[in-house]
Structure formats: C-alpha cells, structure tokens
Design a protein around this ligand. Sequence first.
Ligand code: ADP
Ligand code: ZN
Length: 734
Amino acid sequence: MNRLTDDLFGGPSVVRTVPVLVPMPAPRPYSYSVPEGMAVEPGSIVQVPLGPRLVAGVVWDPVAEDNVDPKKLRPIEKVFDCPPLTKDMRAFVDWVAAYTLTPPGLVARMALRAPAAFDPEPMVEGLRFTGVRPERMTAARERVLALVEEGLTWTRSGLAHAAGTSSSVIDGLTAQGSFETIFLPPPPVVARPDPDYAAPRLEGPQVDAAADLVEKVRDDRFGVALIDGITGSGKTEVYFEAIAETLRQGRQVLILLPEIALTASFLERFQHRFGSKPAEWHSELAPRTREKVWRQVAMGEVRVVAGARSALFLPFEDLGLVVVDEEHDPAYKQEDRVFYNARDMAVVRARIGDFPVVLVSATPSVESRVNADHGRYQALHLPTRFGEAALPDLHLVDLRRHPPQRGGFLSPVMLRAIGKTVERGEQALLFLNRRGYAPLTLCRVCGHRFQCPQCSSWLVEHRFRGQIQCHHCGYAERTPEACPECGTFDHLAACGPGVERIAEEVEKHFPEARTIVLSSDLMGVKRLRLELEAIAKGEADIVIGTQLVAKGHNFPLMTLVGIVDADLGLSNGDPRAAERTFQLLSQVTGRAGRTGLKSHGLIQTYQPMHPVMQAIVSGDARDFYEREIGERERAMLPPFGRLASVIVSADSRVEAESHARALRQAAPGVSGIAILGPAEAPLALIRGRHRFRLLVHGQRSSDMQAYLRAMLANGPKERGSILVQVDIDPQSFL
Ligand code: ADP
Ligand code: ZN
C-alpha cells in the first residue's frame, strides 16, 4: 500500500497507511498513517490515537487497497520496543474471531493482556568490585569484600543480605570507591529447563507412547495425539518426553492445565524432571510477574509455560508443542466476552503453526474419543497404573437399601468405612460438588423459599460465614432468624447438603478426627495451596471438598474416597450430563490409591444401575463410551453435528423475548441447519437480566458461522439494554 504523494513542500515522499487492530470490539482494523522514518511491519505493537485516548494496537496484515488519503489519517504515535506478534499469532487471532463470531479486536485484546510489558524491562542496577580497598576496615566491610573478590556482580541489597550487614555498609564502600555501578539485564522469571535433567526409565506401554510422541515432535508437522490412560498410568511422564524433545529442538512449549492456580504440585513435578519450573500463567499472577512472563515469552527467554486457557494467547516467539492436560475438563470453555474452548483452539493453534498438539485425559471427551476412533487423532493408550499403585476398589452404596440416619447424608456403610480408615491412620476424602451448608432454605411454617432478588436461583446458606448467598451474582445477606414472609422465628429449614453440612455430620460422628473443608469460597489460592500441601503430608484425617479436590493432587495417604451424591449432576438437562458425571467421578475416585496402600472408593447413589455408575465400578468404560457415542450419533449432536447457542438478554422480559423472536425470523433458510426456540433459559434471570435462548443445530458439514452471521445481519440491531451472545459449541445450556 505504498503510495506516492506530495509532501507539504511539494517534493515526492513515500507515505504509508497500515491497518492497526485495536483491543476494542472493533469489527476490523482501522487505518493509520506511518510517519516518515518510523519502521513498522505486520505484527508491530504500536500506540495509536483512538478518539481522545492513546491505545496499544497491533499492525495487522494489509487487506485490499483502501483509498484513504494517508494525510487524512491520524499517524501512529510510537512503535513499542517489543517483538512483533508473529504471523501465526495474527492468523490465530483472525481464525478465533471468525469462528467464534467475535470482533477481532476483542480477540487481539487477549493477546495484549500485559500493556506494561510492551516496553523493555528496566535494567537492574548492580555493583562490581573495583579492586580499591577502603582506608578503614571493619569486620562488616571484610565480610563484604570477601564476597566480591570473586569478581561476580551483585545487587546492593543482595550483597548486604549475603554479607549479613546493612545496606549502609555497602554505601560506605561505594563512597570509598570500592564499587562501580553497572547495569544488568533483568533476571529471567524461570531458569531454562534442561531436557535431560532427570529422565525417568519408562516402562511397558509408556515406552511406545513416548516414542510415538518424540517422533511426532521430530516430524515437526501438525498432528493431534490423544493420550488416554487411567490416572496414575504415567501420562504426565510420557508427555514430558515430548516436551523434552521440543526443548532439544530449541522450541517453546505450552502446557494447558484446567486449574493452574491449584497445581503447585505439577510445577514441582516438572522441576524434578527438568531442573527448573515452567513459567506460570493464570489470573492469580501478580501484575509484575504477569508482565515479565508475557515479555519473556515474546523474547523467547521463557521456554515452557504452564497455564490456564488464556495462555493460548501468549505471544510465543517460536511455539513448537501444546499439551492439553485433562482435555475433557469443562474449565477449558470460556463463557465471557469471547466464548471459546481452549482445547479446540489449541488444536487450531497447532494447525496454523504446523506443529503437534497432545491431548491428555483418563476420561477423554466424547469428541476426542470419536476423533481418535476415526483416525483423525492418533490414540496412545496406557491401560495400567505404574508400579505398586493399584486402582481403588470401587463399590456402589445403594441409598435405598442403606439410607442415612434421619437428618444425615452419609450412609452407615460410608460412616463405617471412614471410621476404619481413620483408625488405620490413613485419610478419607468426601466429595460433594456443592459449596456452602445447604442449597435451599425454606420456612417450615409458610413454605417461603429464599431466592436471589436478581437471579432465578435459590440462595445458598453458608454457615461458616453466617450468610445466604447467590452463586450466580454474588448477592449475599445475613442468614435471617425470622421468615420475611410470615415473620415466624426459628422455623427456617436447611434443605439438602453442601460441604459444610457434611463436615458437621462428620464432626458429630468423628469428633476426634482432624476434619478440613476445601471449597473455593472459603480460601484464596495461596491458602488453598498450603492446605493441599498439608493434606499431602498427612495433616488431616478427613477431607471434605468440592470439585477442586478432584484435580491432579497427589495424596499418598488417601485410601478412601467417598462420593456423597453421585446422582447430583445427572438430571440437569445437559446433553453431556452423563459424560460429565462419569469424568468427574472417575477423577475423584482416582485420588485414592496413588501409592502401594490398599484403597477404596464408595459411591452413594439412588441409581446403582445407571450406566455411569456401572462404568465407574466395573472400571470398564468401553460400553459407556459406546452408548454415549451412539446416542450422540443418533441425535446428530457434536461431534456428529454442530451446535450453537444464541443468548438474548435484556432488562425486560418482553424485550428479550421479542428480540429473540425477531432474530429467529431473520434466520436464513438453509438445508441442514435447524433453529430451535426461543425458549426462556433455565436460568431465566441473572443479575436482573432476563434471558432467552435459541439453539442452532446443524449437520457436521454445515457452515454455522455463515448462517449465524446472516441471521445477525438481517435481524434487528442490539439497542438499549439488549445483548446478544453467540456461543459456538456450547457446553452450558443454562
Ligand atoms: P498420570 O498422569 O497418568 O496420572 P503420572 O504420570 O502422574 O500418571 O504417574 C503416576 C505416578 O507414577 C507418578 O508419581 C509418576 O512419577 C510415577 N511414574 C509413572 N511412570 C514412571 C516411570 N516410568 N518411572 C518412575 N516413575 C513413574
Ligand atoms: Zn443472584
């Protein structure tokens, strides 16, 4: 798009225009002019004026010639001293935007999450010994000089600390001319991992699986491998070999984990294998660390990142492998602003970069399983646990035959097993995926139920806090003593259990045992990590937890896992309900028996014959998967067909509904795609917004994006409080 124009003095000069994608809901890049002497290329991170403000944006790839006179455009303000976003990354942003029907600017914003990192990190001031000794020596000065005589450079405070003196001693020596000030490059956030630091000796099926992966990495071409193996079979050890090979090739690695904030143990494990930790990337990082990681990933300084789904948008200099651990995990789906599934987008990222991607799970998603069955993914199977570790002995507790005592939730069978475990000095884990004390509170006199004023959901009692809370919007009030409807005191009844209520029951039966409740609302990430460590060391007898105890932790003394309510997730109208329940229960029961000790799993259910329960206790999931796959195929649900949700919300119910109807009317007639609804969403009200849903169902080959684009273009525009959200490949139907 170079163009000859006359400059102010009449002589010819080259003035360019470039498209710049700004991190806003912009549908396409905006044009800016490049001042003379400024060097920019596609990918350059630049500062541009936007309205009255200056924002950071990315120079995008030139599109068809636009005929704007560059003189009429506003100029780029400055180019940051920062590596440009790679061509692959730009293609990825465009792809995600087109696939999810999101303005590309919003996707680019995810790649520009650390604005302070666009400028180079400041150099660190250091001291170097000049050889000049002070006239007057003291013991402290002696200690300092003894350290610096080896010629290394030190920071002022580091040296004072090492010599056990105050900084003023260092300043005194500097004044005497003993030190000169020098500037050092900032320290890396993590040391470089060494691929050959402590390689394990792989055994049995691990050997072939690792060899296949290493070969994939050497091939350096796009391909998807699915490692499918029971918990404890060595999946992590096996994919570590692929990581090692990628590092040997000099390329960067991304490991996606569903719950990185809780995976301190993973980082340590990585360190044992590679000699240093990977850089972490997740929402809990301190802003300074975030900026450093972003910058050092872009500079190629950081070689391996272990992160949550957003790490997929880090500006890797030369990414050569992505591993998606627990690939089935629903946490990979983001349902906020940009609706995307990081597992699926990881595959896209690898295809664009033409490198391999490894999906890992003990209970693969039906989608990945089908892809493997059809040969689109290479299946690597690890059927047995490594070494001594035996799988826990799993039994169903039929709650119809062994009901809990009145007012309780734990069957006598469960209570006996807990008692025996604690007596042996081992640990029991009770799993219930429900925070708080009770999911519903009602008045026994008039039947009033406590409901959130802004959402269509019950208020959950949190007894530790003395509150009733809404889990959708965070609304909370003090637990009332009287019914607001009829005014009766002391007749409020808690209905159903949450983890806090189970803890109460456990404490009643085992007053001597050390009981701990693990729930995300009770503690921050730091505290949680400490608690998990303490549990691993045996500092608790009975652990009661929500799903965050299900993931990746290694508790060597955990020999009993009890599922309080296995039926909980089965009846929520979600087409993946059975699959999800199977995955979650497998993962939780997999926490037991990680070492040589004999271990048990007890699963409380009212539906012992349900295929999920049968698959769990038999340890044979083949029938279950076959059934699930068969049902999906018959109903043409993913991966045999396509789904997209359109959620219309507004301040008024009427507005939301009529907008949703109008959208449906605007949908084009296309064979192979059907549209259902609008129907009021199961969560009809969230934060005071009324919600209606449309479901678009298409054949595998249909172009859902084109269909939705046409519908949105022909339909009414969003106005007033109306908001339309498109969710491609929805995971949630609430
Ligand atoms: P998974 O990821 O399938 O749950 P892991 O990779 O965590 O399995 O392995 C389970 C345990 O067995 C870990 O403590 C791991 O260090 C150990 N392990 C697995 N394979 C080996 C091996 N070949 N050599 C030594 N230890 C191994
Ligand atoms: Zn609410």
